[in-house]
Design a protein around this ligand. Structure first.
Ligand SMILES: Cc1cc2nc3c(=O)[nH]c(=O)nc-3n(C[C@H](O)[C@H](O)[C@H](O)COP(=O)(O)OP(=O)(O)OC[C@H]3O[C@@H](n4cnc5c(N)ncnc54)[C@H](O)[C@@H]3O)c2cc1C
Length: 232
């Protein structure tokens, strides 16, 4: 005798439509087609830092959003934009409506270093700065002070992204996803020197080789490696 009992329709809410939320939705949709998956996103558009972090001249990396778009097009996956959990809708409301609630909200705040002067004009966390050149909706009122000599603190790929975006010429940026105001602001600052500062030596830097090599291919930028001051 066939059972008339249907498998339960589970409903899952995922908060955040960045890579974590989209990869999770994809796996769940594949493994459990009976699930209804609703993804809540506070911004007007999905994909999180895959579009507003990943550098505007690395369009090949941003192509991962094409894969995420296929996930969002699945019948049992639903994207709800302009909805911030915590203000537009509360966690307790979600808990009543869904069987499971998963937070995939990323890291939206720059970490403070707690050093004197970090609140002064012209000093920005990398998140704020990269959101500006990536046209993040929450950066529309912000234009950074740049000037001709820029210091970037930190020895990771985000430092290299920023250095490269600042060092590229307008011609090199022709294929980048930069808005016109960002292009104009970069050009009018006539940046001459970019210093990347790390607290340890080159062996401890966490650059990836491809990103570091890319710096040596720029049209009008020369890379100079200084010895750590204690070795001079
Ligand atoms: C400058 C920069 C460059 C990078 N370059 C690369 C790269 O080249 N290659 C690479 O692999 N990785 C890169 N990364 C890392 C990559 O972007 C992150 O690892 C990845 O985006 C993290 O995904 P996530 O989904 O956890 O968070 P996020 O991408 O931050 O997504 C979180 C989402 O949640 C939403 N959200 C937050 N709070 C709420 C709320 N309360 N309600 C509803 N929605 C909410 C946010 O709006 C956002 O859309 C870079 C990161 C940065 C900052």
């Amino acid at each position: 005798m066939r059972s008339t009992i249907q498998p339960p329709d589970y409903k899952i809410a995922i908060i955040g439509s960045g890579p974590s939320g989209c990869f999770l939705a994809e796996i769940l949709a594949l493994k459990r087609p009976d699930l209804q998956i609703d993804i809540y996103e506070r911004l007007p558009h999905p994909f999180g830092l895959a579009v507003s972090g990943v550098a505007p001249d690395h369009l090949h990396t941003r192509k991962v959003t094409e894969q995420f778009a296929r996930t969002l097009a699945r019948d049992n996956v639903n994207l709800i934009c302009n909805t911030e959990v915590g203000s537009s809708i509360s966690y307790s409301e979600l808990k009543q409506r869904y069987d499971r609630v998963v937070f995939a909200t990323g890291a939206s705040e720059d970490r403070r270093l707690g050093i004197p002067g970090e609140h002064l004009p012209g000093i920005y966390g990398s998140g704020r700065f990269t959101r500006w050149y990536n046209n993040h909706p929450e950066s529309s009122q912000f234009t950074p002070l740049i000037g001709q000599r820029v210091a970037i603190i930190g020895n990771g790929n985000v430092a290299l992204d920023i250095a490269r975006v600042l060092a590229k010429t307008a011609a090199e940026h022709q294929t980048s996803a930069l808005s016109e105001p960002v292009r104009t602001h970069l050009a009018k600052n006539h940046i001459r020197e970019i210093h990347i500062l790390g607290r340890r030596g080159p062996a401890d830097a966490s650059f990836s080789v491809a990103e570091l090599t890319e710096l040596s291919t720029l049209a009008q930028a020369e890379s100079i490696l200084h010895q750590p001051y204690w070795m001079e």
